[in-house]
Design a protein around this ligand. Structure first.
Ligand SMILES: Nc1ncnc2c1ncn2[C@@H]1O[C@H](COP(=O)(O)OP(=O)(O)OP(=O)(O)O)[C@@H](O)[C@H]1O
Length: 375
């Protein structure tokens, strides 16, 4: 069992003017895989390093199964870390790299042999045990680093961008190795990445941070479907959520520049303001219900609760399974939509009508960025 709790954690580096981590609270259940994501400099590695004991926390607590963890010396924390640069010993064979910490911990030769061979078999490394790291590919080296972490039978795995030195194809296959390893071992894993798609694919839960402040902590579904604020909404998903800045009045008219949209029936009545208010309307490029050329009106099936608008096409990118269409609205707002249709950039008309179902529309307060549905 390993239940992790982080309570009101603050971290300020020496000589820094402000805290790098500001009141981080987090609960990780046994066997969970949690990713920490956020823009560069938001404090992802700092949080992981605090956990490992490589950095001292300034205030707050880390508990494991209810017991203080942050006061335990780093070498006694029973954690295993995997880094981006593998950190393998270049002069040692794969076998010795994996066996090194076990030797230090005075395991018997037989036990070491058993553990190393078992981990190597799990990670498909059995045939490489006599090689040195330089004789391996990047993906294989990272698997050795995973194996070295695995044999220690840690309570918790900490991984800091372990895939970022690998090319796109290897990233996907090594990602699967990590998921498989987590499935087999069921060890709590805290995984730092700047790649939201990676976090979405791998995690039970995602912690999204910005400037040292937790923006949202929840399952990938929760962050994607019910973002707490505009930052979360735009960070999760690729391409990013489209946004329209406008003014919403109590009758449900939403004005974007000179264009007025009637949102009655689209916006939930409880979200209508008592006086005009600036809001941001958002919808995801892949959640567009219909894309039609404006001269093909017969194709258009308007659902009563659709948000419908027309925009000029700038460019389309055919991706095989779908087309990404880049558009500009009258007020200059840039929009991108995804459609299963194949759109020929040259020959198709320049004006498109876009339909989005009301359930796929989000509203955020312009000032605070908060999702109006979750306030
Ligand atoms: N030893 C240190 N002393 C002072 N400030 C530091 C130290 N290490 C990191 N910082 C600062 O703390 C902030 C968070 O850094 P951190 O490395 O945790 O961010 P990150 O989210 O992991 O970034 P990246 O995605 O670029 O790796 C940054 O502003 C960084 O400059």
């Amino acid at each position: 069992m390993s239940k992790v709790q982080i309570e009101h954690l603050f971290k300020r580096y020496e000589n820094a003017d402000e805290d790098t981590l500001k009141d981080v609270n987090l609960e990780i259940n046994d066997k969970e895989f949690v990713s920490i994501i956020g823009p560069s400099g938001c404090g992802k590695s700092t949080l992981l390093r605090c956990f490992a004991g490589l950095e001292k926390i300034t205030r707050g607590k880390i508990l494991i199964d209810g017991e203080r963890f942050d006061t335990i010396p780093p070498q006694k924390r029973r954690i295993a870390m995997v880094f981006q640069d593998y950190a393998l010993y270049p002069h040692m064979t794969v076998y010795n790299n994996m066996a090194f910490n076990l030797k230090l911990s005075k395991f018997s030769k037989e036990e070491i042999d058993n553990k190393v061979k078992k981990a190597a078999a799990k990670l498909g490394l059995s045939e490489f045990l006599k090689r040195k790291p330089a004789q391996l590919s990047g993906g294989q080296r990272q698997r050795v680093a995973l194996g070295r972490a695995m044999v220690r039978d840690p309570k918790i795995f900490l991984m800091d961008e372990p895939l970022s030195n690998l090319d796109a194809k290897l990233r996907v296959s090594t990602r699967q190795d990590i998921i498989e390893m987590h499935r087999q071992l069921g060890t709590v894993t805290i995984y730092v990445t700047h790649d939201q798609a990676e976090a979405m694919a791998m995690s039970d839960k995602i912690l999204l941070m910005r400037d040292g402040i937790v923006q949202q902590y929840g399952s990938p579904d929760q962050l994607y479907d019910q973002p707490h604020n505009l930052f979360v909404a735009r960070f999760i998903g690729s391409p990013s959520m489209n946004i329209l800045h406008g003014t919403l009045n109590p009758k449900g008219d939403f004005s974007v520049g000179k264009t007025k949209f009637d949102l009655k029936g689209i916006i939930a009545p409880e979200l209508l303001p008592t006086s005009s208010r600036k809001v941001v309307l958002g919808f995801r490029p892949e959640k567009v219900a219909q894309v039609t050329f404006t001269n093909q009106v017969e194709e258009t099936v308007k659902h009563e609760k659709d948000f419908v608008f027309t925009a000029r096409k700038n460019l389309s990118e055919y991706m095989g399974s779908h087309t990404l269409v880049y558009l500009k609205m009258d007020d200059g707002t840039n929009i991108v939509v995804e459609t299963a249709k194949k759109i020929n950039d040259e020959k198709s008309p320049r004006s498109l009508q876009i339909h989005v179902h009301s359930q796929d529309i989000y509203f955020f307060d312009e000032k605070t960025g908060l999702n109006l549905s979750s306030i």
